[in-house]
Design a protein around this ligand. Sequence first.
Ligand code: NCD
Length: 305
Amino acid sequence: MKHLLSVADLGADGIEEVMRVTDSFVEVSERAIPRVPALRGRTVVSLFYEESTRTRLSFEMAAKRLSADTMNFSVSTSSAKKGESLRDTCQTIEAMGIDALVVRHSSAGVPWQVASWVGCPVINAGDGWHEHPTQALLDCYTIRGRRGSLVGLRIAVVGDVKHSRVARSGVLAFTMLGAEVTIVAPPTLLPPSLDGWPVEVSHDLDSVLAKVDVVYLLRMQAERQSEALLPSLREYTARYGLTRNRFDLLPDDALVMHPGPINRGVEIAADVADLPRSLITRQVANGVAVRMAVLFLLLGSEPRA
Ligand code: NCD
């Protein structure tokens, strides 16, 4: 595999391979000096046209733990502000001699375009409402860590599916690994068509909760909503928020997940987010090791031509 653009590029076998390599990098991350020389002399550049806390820092930490050099392109302080095109920007950065580009952009498809312009591996760190493959990988890894496998698990993905790249990549990955996914959302927060989505759909969270192994909450992505899709956030929380009462409807061993950033009190109650069965910080911790695995698999074997 040359790039990581979609979860579909990996297939079930590819996801399993990432999981296996991640196991060894979790071990590295637990060492007193959590660093290996695997990518010494390589340079990984983050090209983020959209804001990010976790994903950008996680890729940076992953690259550093592999001893790669890292550079960060931040739109607000770059010549993109002077009107330089995306293509010229990518080719300029590539001309400096880099080994990988990690790309986030608010438009779907941009990482594919970038991959067609540059010679180095490109990793999609989130494109519009479309895909976020490393998030799906770290979520699979986190579930596997608690349950051993995803085969036969029932996962409810709840909330603003329409605007969620996390949901698109997650549903693909979870079902490829054998989980059964139910999407739970008000009709206005579903994509216009769910053709080809291997999921069940429900509008009633209360009836779903008693039967799930994992409840995966999505952030209410207000910045992506140009029209009024909800009567109010309070009404959304009343029907779809994971309140403490709803948490108590879950089976005793069910897990709670969220990609972050969380809106406490909207899609998840503040106290539920901090319960031991909430894996939100475990997801973040695993994200570093998963991204180490992705960088290693894409860059580890061949030195730059
Ligand atoms: C998500 C993103 O930006 O796609 N966050 C993340 O990467 N962990 C989800 C979100 O913004 O809601």
